[in-house]
Design a binder for this molecule. Sequence first.
Ligand code: AVI
Length: 320
Amino acid sequence: MIIVDDHHTVVARAVEEGFAKNPKRLPSWLFYDEAGDKIFQAIMRMPEYYLTGCEYEILQMNKERLRQRFVDDGSIFDLIEFGAGDGFKTEILLRHFSDASTLFNYLPVDVSATVLSQLTKRLALSVPSLAIQPINSRYDDAIHILQEEDKNRKVFLFLGANIGNFTTPEAEQFVSTISNGMEAGDQLLIGFDLKKDPRLVQAAYDDPHGITRSFNMNLLLRLNRELGANFQLDQFKHYPYYDPESGMTKSYLVSLREQDVTLEVLNKSIHLNRWEVIHTEVSQKYDIPMIEKIADRTGLEITDFYYDCKHYFSDVLFRK
Ligand code: AVI
């Protein structure tokens, strides 16, 4: 496994920078430690979190169409997946491609080493013929490694509405970085959660079981564990808010009282006023013109839109 980051330094730096912002802001990749990975898996099993089921349906219904697109001229290709997570949905493609004796290597990229090693172990059993090379790093580092070392034709996957965790300018920047590393004929499949009934979106991030609440709160627990912080969870409230006009869901941790919190490892303390927010996540929902704009601005062409039956979600195939 390729390991790029010293995660502790990266976490400390990100938290320090985030708390210096106004409003205070923590990057959402911090959710995914061992506990956060487990909670996210529970989120994906909730009925309110429609995204997972929609994309599962899309991949299941279109696996052969996607295979034909990816096989293209028949030369071997590298299937590079950013934010592979538990790989549950991607396995639909991997198994189908392997059953059809497709020539490809699978390179999952994830910030979580735990998730990657679980994924590798599971795929070794469920798709034994799969050639797999996991990359444990953040996306931008992985793009650089791949640009330098990988000469096969490339198909990139960025599924699960992970792109929604960027703001739209950040998403454009990210797609542009991938696009700059693509040769003519390389492809990119992105999963976008689409704008829909605002109440459905709101419920997906404010579930009645409290699972998303514990996902958000786990961030504070992580800082307590890794940075010697003394956040008291009962002094914060989970508050997600969907704006149907911009399509942006923002998640916050709201301070219930004026308080000082110490972060021993950073040798720092932070002050929070009553009702002050820590912004922890963006989950952007898209419409078709917004997706077309990304393609236009990043030098890519859209070859297909794949939808679930309710049109809640779309996997969009781009080509250089
Ligand atoms: C991983 N990502 C696409 C999820 C989302 O929908 O933004 C993370 C998540 N946050 C709260 N629930 C799920």
